[in-house]
Design a protein around this ligand. Structure first.
Ligand code: UDP
Ligand code: MG
Length: 322
């Protein structure tokens, strides 16, 4: 049973300034992979690191050719780094994992077990969020229900981009041409037989997280915009409600003037309605702008990422001896 689904596994690790984690992540991951008896590759996607990450990866590659790397030409962001990894990875299944050991490599055992049992996508689900700050926990509590409602995708809080993807799923994801990616959503969107594996998210012990609250908010907005056009369409409903309100208000004035004659009060209501409406208009224009800027980005059809250098075979049969 074990080898029926193939036995070649690639572990894709996006890394941005992770010099302090490279050795540990390789050692722990390689130990797990050796133990599983799989034919394995670790594929680092260096996302424009400016510290010693690349030099370290070179050293490790020289020592063991199963440690491969793609060095992107600059920092493209984690989502694009994952996309690059999925394009370059070979093998019957691909695991995507963070470099900072917050995703414990030992969980790969459970991933592979679920894969061998037939799952085509195995999601890592973070069992507790105790390590995340209060703001971050609150933000994610608020985000997921909104995302689920708008996108109709069953994405739960604690879903992270620590996954195993069968070759089928990888090939499916490689069809996506989107430049602004919300990878977690794409993993759900593609479907396939999926399973969830719980893991305990470790604390980042070395180096610093690249995501501050501003970047997370931008990421949340990317996610919602990429998977829902509700924010774009809701304005027609809001506009209709406000217009009907104003028609009723006009009728009220008409009748009042007919009964009581004309008077000049109404200055506050005038100001309130003008500011309220201009606020609504600017807001809806802003939302259109958000979508339009993304449409513009996609229409330009720039390459999603550019590779500066590759360590390891760039073409040829998968897992060919080097
Ligand atoms: N990362 C990346 N490009 C970036 C930022 C981060 O490839 O621009 C990688 C980073 O090296 C790590 C993973 O993405 O392997 C998660 O990043 P981080 O730990 O900073 O995020 P957090 O765990 O705080 O969400
Ligand atoms: Mg992290």
């Amino acid at each position: 049973m074990t080898l029926s689904r193939g036995s070649r596994l690639s572990v894709v690790i996006p890394a941005f300034n992770e010099e302090r984690n490279i050795a540990a992540v390789i050692e722990r991951t390689a130990a797990v992979l050796e133990d599983l008896g799989l034919e394995w590759t670790i594929l680092f996607v260096d996302d424009g690191s400016v510290d010693a990450t690349r030099d370290l990866i070179r050293l490790w590659h020289a020592r063991d050719a199963r440690i491969r790397a793609v060095f992107l030409s600059r920092n493209f962001g984690k989502e694009v780094a994952i996309a690059a990894g999925l394009r370059k990875a070979r093998g019957d299944a691909v695991v995507v994992m963070d470099a900072d050991l917050q995703h414990p490599p030992e969980t790969i055992r459970d991933f592979v077990a679920a894969w061998h049992e037939g799952a085509e996508v195995v999601f890592g689900h973070r069992a507790d969020e105790a390590h995340a700050g209060l703001m971050r926990r609150l933000a994610s509590q608020a985000f997921y229900p909104v995302f689920r409602l708008l996108s109709q995708l069953p994405l739960e809080a604690g879903t992270v981009d620590f996954v195993l993807l069968d070759r089928k799923a990888v090939d499916a994801l490689n069809l996506f041409q989107e430049r602004r990616r919300f990878t977690k959503g794409l993993f759900r969107w593609i479907g396939f037989r999926s399973r969830t594996v719980e893991f305990v998210c470790a604390e980042r012990t070395r180096g610093a997280s690249s995501f501050n609250l501003r970047r997370l908010l931008a990421f949340a907005m990317d996610g919602i915009i990429a998977f829902s056009s509700f924010p774009l369409r809701v304005w027609s409903a809001i506009g209709a409600i406000i217009s009907s309100g104003s028609i009723l208000y006009a009728l009220y004035f008409l009748i009042r003037t007919l009964i009581h004659g004309s008077s000049v009060p109404g200055f506050p209501s005038l100001i309130v309605s003008i500011t309220f409406l201009s606020g609504i208009q600017l807001l809806s224009l802003g939302v259109i702008g958000e979508y339009l800027s993304r449409v513009y980005e996609e229409v330009k059809a720039r390459p999603i990422f550019l590779v500066g250098e590759e360590l390891g075979p760039d073409s040829g049969p998968a897992f060919a001896p080097e």
